[in-house]
Design a protein. Structure first.
Length: 161
């Protein structure tokens, strides 16, 4: 999907308006947190970052969720089609970026969950994922603030680099 989006952006928006495309950052702190049962995964990551004053960084998490919602981006509707899990699932891996969007902390996360049969399902982590036993979170703070900017004529935001 990233490849298709990049081609669209290059054709429609133009390379020059996409900025440099990359910057160098240095890690300044590492924060280790636990999200308790009942907490929303995305809101919990956001609150942990805000509690420690993290404006930008990356994160990694593992744990147990239930319910959980993974989104698959449907390019026809330009929205995420949810794949929902009512029962416990293992949060095998969750990673993403903490950035600033319109002056507020934004969490962009992707995750892989495994069901009771060991089937793995992955995609965009959607709101509504609840921590069920625990979630162990590690945040790596960056030394620079990274913002997101809107892409014209879409409902998407990209890194403003």
């Amino acid at each position: 999907m990233i490849y298709v989006d990049y081609l669209y952006l290059k054709k429609k928006v133009g390379r020059g308006s996409m900025g440099k495309g990359s910057i160098e950052v240095k890690p300044t702190r590492v924060i280790v947190a636990r999200l308790d049962p009942g907490k929303d995964l995305i809101a919990g990551i956001r609150k942990a970052a805000e509690r420690h004053g993290v404006k930008s960084g990356s994160f990694s998490a593992v744990g147990v969720l239930g319910p959980a919602r993974v989104g698959y981006f449907d390019k026809a509707t330009k929205s995420y089609r949810p794949i929902e899990f009512k029962n416990w699932v293992e949060l095998v891996s969750c990673n993403g970026l903490i950035t600033q969007k319109n002056g507020k902390t934004d969490v962009h996360a992707h995750m892989v969950v495994a069901d009771e049969d060991g089937n793995a399902h992955g995609g965009h982590a959607l709101d509504g994922c609840r921590v069920n036993l625990t979630c162990e979170l590690v945040i790596y703070e960056f030394d620079r603030v990274i913002n997101r900017k809107p892409v014209p004529r879409t409902n998407r935001y990209v890194l403003d680099l």
